[in-house]
Design a protein around this ligand. Structure first.
Ligand SMILES: NC(=O)c1ccc[n+]([C@@H]2O[C@H](COP(=O)([O-])OP(=O)(O)OC[C@H]3O[C@@H](n4cnc5c(N)ncnc54)[C@H](O)[C@@H]3O)[C@@H](O)[C@H]2O)c1
Length: 425
């Protein structure tokens, strides 16, 4: 009597009984079908995985770039048109508030400027497109792309030999970090490293000036804030990523000889500003007759900010670029020590938020409906105040616009851009 095993798998092929042969044929075709089904499932799963991988990548890399026409635009825009000196600057975040102003100021001097921006929708992208149009009218080309796209960055450095990088692309805003923490890591950490990698490998290496933030002072209580004060108590993820940026750039300076200047901006405001910032959203709400929420600190103490007008910040950025010194490495190898600097760029005269609101009311000729609320622990700090003596000493930084004057210019721009009636809608 053959064993069950032998019945199913006879050692001598010729001894197969018909019954068994039939059974085995059935089994063979079922198992083939089963294998085919498995194969199809695996194929579908891999396709879906691939699609989702492409989708998550494309969220940030949706732009198309390259081609003869595109390259010509980059080369023309990067061209220096000054008789003496001059620099060719890659401005990241060029469709942003500060980036668009810095790009225009550089171009006006005859420096070469190429912008890059991913036009994300953190705030109304139509404002970014409008800034882009303004830059295009001034012969500045903005590449629609992400700083994490290293192939794009390598291509840009291949065709335009940038002497400097003005790095302003970032996920800004303190409170949004609680909603979308990943966007801060993507732009402020991964994006920064992606940019530094390409800069360090390029030959010659550019000098880099980049935007850190006054938020790195976090819970520091010593005023005014000096560059040597402690910055190890961030109050928000945004601040933590800027602080991390200062450490990361230091590493690239130390290992690869990249010239680095970090600028700690203090509440920059002005025409073409950022809609998520208080002075901007207050203006919109006041015109629309909606209430505004004014935060207060402990014991009903008013919050205060060292509001700094955009033109003063632009002068600080250009002063930093002009004095940045050279990177010493090339092709990823350090050849000697390079400058590593950090400067506060503030106005050095803080104003309380209710005073700022009173100025807006005066310029808008409308009374605000104010709701005073105790500041929640969501990343804001009670006050900021910059000591700017280092920047003054190094490149003659001297802010000249007070908040009253600056807000008047902002309101004039706001009404011309949105229209008084639109502001009321
Ligand atoms: N405005 C201020 O008060 C202030 C204060 C302190 C620091 N800063 C810093 O200054 C810089 C400029 O700020 P802003 O007020 O002009 O902000 P902004 O949001 O108007 O400009 C940043 C620009 O970078 C772009 N961007 C973001 N991530 C990108 C990415 N991964 N790839 C390509 N582009 C990307 C955005 O689309 C945006 O246009 C930022 O680094 C910000 O953190 C600003």
């Amino acid at each position: 009597m053959p064993s069950l095993e032998e019945e199913l798998f006879p050692s001598t092929p010729g001894k197969f009984k018909d019954r068994n042969r039939h059974f085995h044929r059935c089994f063979a075709s079922t198992s083939t079908m089963f294998l085919w089904a498995l194969f199809l499932i695996a194929l579908t799963a891999s396709y879906l995985c691939f699609q989702s991988f492409m989708d998550s990548g494309n969220r940030y890399f949706t732009s198309t770039w390259g081609g003869h026409h595109w390259e010509r635009n980059v080369i023309n825009s990067a061209q220096i048109r000054r008789s003496h000196g001059g620099m060719s600057v890659l401005v990241t975040g060029a469709a942003g508030f500060v980036g668009s102003h810095v790009s225009l100021a550089l171009k006006k001097r005859g420096d070469g400027v190429v912008g890059i921006d991913n036009f994300n929708n953190y705030y109304d992208p139509s404002l970014k497109k409008a800034r882009k149009n303004l830059l295009t009218q001034n012969s500045i080309f903005i590449v629609d792309g992400d700083i994490n796209d290293s192939k794009l960055l390598v291509k840009l450095f291949d065709i335009a030999r940038f002497t400097h990088v003005m790095h302003l692309a970032a996920q800004a805003g303190v409170r949004y970090a609680m909603e979308n923490p990943g966007s801060y890591i993507h732009s402020n950490i991964a994006g920064l490293v992606s940019l530094l990698e390409v800069c360090k490998n390029s030959n010659p290496q550019p000098a880099i000036v980049w935007a850190s933030s006054s938020s790195v002072y976090g819970l520091n209580e010593k005023v005014p804030f000096s560059e040597s004060d402690r910055t190890d108590q961030p109050a928000s993820l945004y601040a933590a990523t800027k602080k991390a940026g200062e450490e990361i750039t230091h590493t690239y300076n130390h290992i690869y000889g990249l010239s680095i200047t970090g600028l700690r901006f203090f509440t920059v405001y002005g025409p073409w500003g950022r809609p998520d910032m208080a002075y901007f959203s207050f203006t919109r709400n006041i015109l629309q007759g909606k209430p505004i929420t004014v935060y207060r600190g402990k014991n009903r103490v008013d919050l205060a900010r060292d509001f700094t007008y955009i033109d003063d910040v632009v002068k600080g950025c250009i002063g930093s670029l002009d004095t940045s010194g050279k990177s010493t490495g090339s092709g990823g190898k350090k050849r000697g020590p390079a400058p590593y600097r950090i400067f506060n760029l503030g106005n050095t005269s803080p104003v309380t938020v209710p005073m700022m609101v009173a100025m807006l009311e005066k310029h808008l000729k409308v009374k605000a409906k104010k709701n005073f609320v105790v500041m929640p622990g969501n990343g804001d700090v009670p006050f900021t105040h910059a000591n700017i003596s280092s920047a003054r000493k190094e490149f003659g930084y001297k802010p000249t616009t007070d908040l009253q004057t600056g807000l008047k210019k902002f309101v004039k721009w706001y009404l011309s851009y949105y229209g008084y009636d639109q502001g009321k809608l």
